[in-house]
Write a protein that binds this ligand. Structure first.
Ligand code: PLP
Length: 386
């Protein structure tokens, strides 16, 4: 593609696994609940009752998308909060062992490590594409009394989808509860919670073009979990605190919007990323990380041999392009524990980039990105390795 490099793209945002722009339809619905219908939903007059009704509509929208009863959805301030609550809230009632995978988000790994000071903690290894081994899980469940297994639906760095149905079936077989962090997969896969039969599911709004600062925990009816916050009794007494009404409204609307066109959008996005990877393989000898056959449609994680990803992404950012880097996995504390668990070398980790799309990305951005990547590599004196 011939680009006039003097005309810089305003922005190419390819980091939708980090966060997403809030859909303007979502903003419009939220606005009414900051400027006009600003009542506290616990009050009995009309402003409060309008806010309460809006919360319940949002709960219904999220529940419809996950395929559960509205009463099983509890709003939290984010996915991190929901993950912490799932692990600690279950542990409070049943302090038997806990199993997590090595590639969980830090908001699962860190509370698990904390709980592991007083209960048995097993961390499941993953293979080179980031999948757990079901036999290893079964051995762990056979060998120990386990209260909870927490394995994500899909990974935020490489997009690998875990065998959630099989994990859930093993949990049921051995009497453990199953918590599934669905923050990245929600809105990108059509599975309902009944399809994989989890007892607890974590969701987050800002990954689906909803606002930041709002998430949810699905808790299957009858699950013994300790309330997260004690106080005024909001969220059926499970998570006290005045509701963030506009955020909740936004989360509900964002859920509805992403569900409606999901199948079409996700196959368009997958095609865009497959095309991009085909180009990058030729141009840069890029290698794809993760399970390319069983992966979220919107995440492409690549290693470009001998390229310092932080430097390359810095140059790309000067052109207005936003992408994530894999960073050093072992030595750097902030490095990728996911790539490390998949057995990637320190060098590979440093050469790793993540490109993540959403329904707002256009096909033309892919060709622009390729052209700017080539320009950046020339600027850095990195020849293609052909
Ligand atoms: N779980 C996964 C898989 C994530 O990717 C993230 C955020 O990136 C979280 C949990 C945390 O969600 P939040 O940013 O809403 O706290």
């Amino acid at each position: 593609m011939n680009l006039d490099f003097a005309i810089r793209p305003k922005e190419i945002y390819f980091d939708n696994a980090a966060t997403t722009v809030v859909d303007s339809e979502v903003v419009a619905e939220m606005q009414a609940f900051t400027e006009e219908k600003y009542g506290n939903p616990e009050t009995s007059y009309h402003l409060g009752q309008e806010a309460k009704a809006a919360i319940e509509l949002a709960r219904t929208r999220v529940a419809e998308m996950l395929g559960c009863a509205p009463a099983e959805i509890f709003f939290t301030s984010c996915g991190t909060e929901a993950n912490n609550w799932a692990l600690k809230g279950i542990n409070y009632h049943n302090a038997k062992g806990l199993i997590v995978s090595a590639v969980e988000h830090p908001s699962v790994i860190q509370p698990a490590n904390w709980l592991g000071k007083s209960c048995k903690l097993i961390v499941l290894p993953v293979d080179s594409v980031g999948r757990i081994d079901l036999k290893v899980l079964e051995q762990a469940l056979q060998g120990q009394e386990i209260a909870l297994v927490s394995v994500q639906y899909a990974n935020n760095e490489v997009g690998t989808i875990q065998p959630v149905k099989e994990i859930s079936a093993l949990c049921k077989k051995y009497g453990a509860l199953y918590h599934c962090d669905m923050v990245q997969a929600f809105g990108k896969v059509r599975d309902k919670v009944s399809d994989f039969n989890a007892d607890l599911v974590t969701l987050s709004s800002h990954k689906i073009h909803g606002p930041m600062g709002i998430g949810a925990l699905y808790v299957k009816q009858g699950t013994a979990i300790e309330p997260l916050l004690h106080g005024g009794g909001q969220e059926s007494g499970m998570r006290s605190g005045t509701h963030a009404v506009s955020q909740i409204v936004g989360f509900g609307k964002a859920s509805e919007l992403c569900w409606s066109g999901m199948t079409k959008e996700m196959s368009r996005i997958r095609r865009m990323l497959d095309g991009l990877f085909a180009d990058l393989k030729v141009l840069t000898k890029a290698v794809r990380n993760g399970d390319s056959k069983n992966c979220l449609p919107n995440i492409l994680n690549i290693t470009i041999p001998y390229v310092e990803a932080s430097v390359l992404s810095g140059v790309l950012n000067r052109y207005g392009i936003c992408i994530a880097i894999g960073s050093a996995c072992r030595t750097n504390k902030r490095g990728s524990h996911v790539l490390a668990a998949m057995g990637k070398s320190e060098l590979d980790c440093r050469s790793t980039l993540r490109i993540s799309l959403s329904r707002f990305n256009k096909e033309t951005e892919i060709s622009q990105f390729v052209a700017y990547l080539q320009k950046a590599m020339m600027e850095l004196n990195l020849r293609s390795l052909t």
